[in-house]
Design a protein around this ligand. Sequence first.
Ligand code: A2P
Length: 326
Amino acid sequence: MICYGEIGCRTIDAANSRIAAKHGAGLAALIGCVNATKNKGFFSFDLPPIPGQTNGMMMMNAELSGELPKTYRGLDQLKVLSVRHWTKRTFSFTCERPASLRFRSGEFAMIGLPNGEKPLLRAYSIASPNWADDLEFYSIKVADGPLTSRLQNLQVGDEILIRPKPVGTLVHDALIAGKRLVLFSTGTGIAPFASIIRDPETYDKFERVVLTHTCRDIDELDYGKHLLAEIEGDELLSDVVGGRLTLISTTTRQDSAQMGRMTDWLRDDRFAAATSGPLSAEHDRVMICGSMAMLQDHKAICEGLGMAEGSNSAPGAFVIEKAFVD
Ligand code: A2P
């Protein structure tokens, strides 16, 4: 539960208007779900949000099922709204959100491009939080990757395909209760956490949140740093976060202020020194996203501390998911 007094409003109605004015349809839709307990001055963010926009998606669906092969059925076409190239290896883009698309922050969806008889689809974490009007994705560019070699040329106004059934294990539902949420990421594995750290539910469930982002080079850390700056610069989100989010950015191949793999930081206590204490099975809940080797090494550390892996059907102390690779 979040007190609306925390965002500087004396009444729930004032809080709602303020959120609507600041964030438009997305958070305004969230407000539609706000479960206000006016007497106590609280509202909760725990009901599923309803995206505010309609965008002709039904018509496109009809076109798809009418003219394209069976393999395209059930896919939506989404217009690209913005593209940003962060480095020569990474870029992000936003696109329309279908009115019917609901997801839990941290989930992924199958997205891609038309490719003859069969669409070319890959699993991509949704980087935007579940209350946002648009969908955001953060991607690697692989020169000879079947999808990213094409996706990296996206322009505003182009269309991508999406199977509108997001799923995933990097979600609050797969974790048992804890005090601190620790999010370990490498490379584009930061994408699901870009969603989680902008979701008010995260700060409702945890006292503190630590996000680690390890990349080869300094410029690859920009996406995460920009996210933090964006949260800090947002009046409402920064009130919700209340200084409880810490970002640790490290490089492994280019000299920088903080260097090394996070697995090494955990083993030699640099992680404990940089945060509010060592990783603990008692208080910490962990989400991990990166390459297969990175997942295995972090998983071994968590299991070594006595943590059990969680899933949607059996929540545990840590959860893992492979970052998108090609
Ligand atoms: P390193 O440079 O030492 O391999 P990649 O771009 O290859 O996915 O790597 C992204 C980041 O993840 C790099 O900084 C890399 O460090 C780091 N990394 C790779 N494997 C592991 C691992 N097993 N455990 C922790 N970090 C890893």
